[in-house]
Write a protein that binds this ligand. Structure first.
Ligand code: TTP
Ligand code: MG
Length: 434
């Protein structure tokens, strides 16, 4: 086990003993300056891994001409920056910045349109490598995940810190991309740590230093403490985590209820959330059998929309996104037809599911009459990956917002409270026919 003075080289993974007086600047074995020394290094096992400038790094890798240039990934309908490479960032370019502003700051930047499908595929490759370290991998988004490496020392013949360094090297070697690792004893701290030393980072937060480490950080680094909450807390004199650390739990509970207690715990570096491994992927589907057989596309479409909404709602509730869709139809003479589509960006939006389902359906409406139709989502991934068109494609964000609002209304008022135009139209029609 590494004592207070044990040094781990991030390049050759050699361990060496540091002398307290003169900390080593270079690895005695390979000469690398990338050394890590931390007294708790070998007892920490919760990690957060986040890829560096993910989209931009992939484009640079795939087009060596971009290597030394400032690169911005973005454009799309709304014209904002998805991400910028680290060179472009030195000019002040940031995610979510309007493109015109980014190009004003960095006129020489090369703008590349995002290829989300490619990035998802590479995200999955990285995830597969993470699963070689531990089954406890919880994806957070396309390029980041939490890992619990407790109990993996025997398997890997090394403590988690070393296993993680080996992982970073593997990603660099096999995928020519870099990641940053945060290592600590819970998710809250691991996530903060992965951001401390970017890019190609490796940062550690131990138990001994946690309270002082957190003290001078703004309260906004606590997950869930957004702008509005920050303003409210600032009015009460709480700006830094130190301000929270000074309050008693009872006071915080009285003022802010359960949320106050959560703040108190996190301010002390306590976070009991466990790393939840990705659930086994199943399929989510909905189908309906008609009273009378139907063959007309315009009568089938509203039914399909309704089913798409059901599937989307279930995906959102289960926190899944779908990369595959299957349309199922049973003809009047009881034959089953299935049509499948895959390879589209992961979604949990009814409008997307419907759109793709309707294209498949259109091809089947050749005069055949159907007694049943259904739509199923498959090739499921984490909900966090769904409709990340966000900055790339503004309609996806808008639709996602609308659908979440509909979810909330339905939760409150019941399933029929909100109906989209098309479904509503069909209901009226059915009502009229009696
Ligand atoms: P991030 O991990 O937030 O950013 P990053 O990987 O580009 O850079 P960093 O080194 O700071 O981690 O997001 C991962 C990818 O998600 C990013 O490459 C592009 C995409 N993304 C957006 O499309 N819009 C956004 O606002 C953000 C933050 C990210
Ligand atoms: Mg990243």
């Amino acid at each position: 086990m590494a004592g207070a003075g044990t040094i781990l080289c991030r390049d050759c993974l050699a361990r060496s003993a540091g002398s307290a007086g003169a900390p080593a600047r270079r690895c005695p074995v390979c000469g690398s300056p990338r050394l890590l020394v931390h007294p708790e290094l070998d007892t920490l096992s919760i990690a957060h891994i986040d890829c560096d400038a993910f989209f931009a790094a992939i484009e640079k890798r795939d087009n060596p001409e971009l290597a030394d240039k400032p690169v911005i990934i973005g454009g799309g309908k709304r014209g904002v920056v998805s991400t910028a490479c680290y060179i472009a960032r030195t000019f002040g370019v940031r995610s979510a910045m309007p493109m015109f502003k980014a190009l004003k700051a960095c006129p020489d930047a090369v703008v590349v349109r995002p290829d989300i499908e490619k990035y998802s595929r590479i995200g999955r490759q990285i995830r597969a490598m993470m699963l070689d370290l531990t089954p406890a991998v919880e994806p957070v988004s396309i390029d980041e995940a939490f890992l619990d490496l407790s109990g993996t020392q025997r398997l890997h013949g090394a403590p988690p810190a070393e296993t993680l360094m080996r992982f970073s090297k593997r990603v660099e070697r096999e995928l020519a991309l870099s990641v940053s690792v945060g290592l600590s004893y819970n998710k809250f701290l691991a996530k903060i740590a992965s951001d401390l030393d970017k890019p190609r980072g490796f940062a550690v937060i131990g138990r001994a230093e946690v309270v002082s480490f957190l003290a001078d950080k703004p309260i906004g680094i606590i997950p869930g403490v957004g702008k509005v909450t920050q303003e409210r807390l600032a009015k009460d004199g709480l700006r830094l985590i130190a301000d929270v650390q000074r309050q008693s739990d009872a006071d915080l509970a009285r003022r802010y209820g359960e949320e106050g207690l959560r703040l108190a715990r996190l301010a002390r570096g306590e976070d009991r959330r466990i790393v939840k491994p990705e659930r086994e992927t199943k399929s989510v589907s909905a189908e309906t059998t008609f009273d009378e057989d139907i063959g007309e596309a315009e009568r089938l479409a509203p039914v399909l929309l309704r089913l798409s909404e059901k599937v989307a709602l279930r995906l959102r509730k289960a926190d899944f996104s779908a990369r595959g869709l299957t349309l199922k139809m049973k003809t009047a003479d009881f034959r089953t037809r299935t049509r499948a589509r895959s390879g589209f960006p992961p979604t949990q939006l009814a409008s997307r599911i419907f759109e793709i389902g309707r294209e498949m359906l259109a091809k089947e409406c050749d005069g055949t009459r159907f007694r049943l139709i259904g739509i199923g989502a498959s090739d499921l991934g984490p909900g966090a990956e769904a409709d990340r068109g966000d900055l790339v494609d503004v309609t996806a964000t808008r639709d996602a917002g609308v659908e979440r609002a509909i979810d909330r209304l339905r939760d409150k008022f019941g399933g029929d409270a909100v109906m989209r135009g098309l479904v509503f139209g069909a209901k009226v029609e059915r009502g009229r026919r009696g």
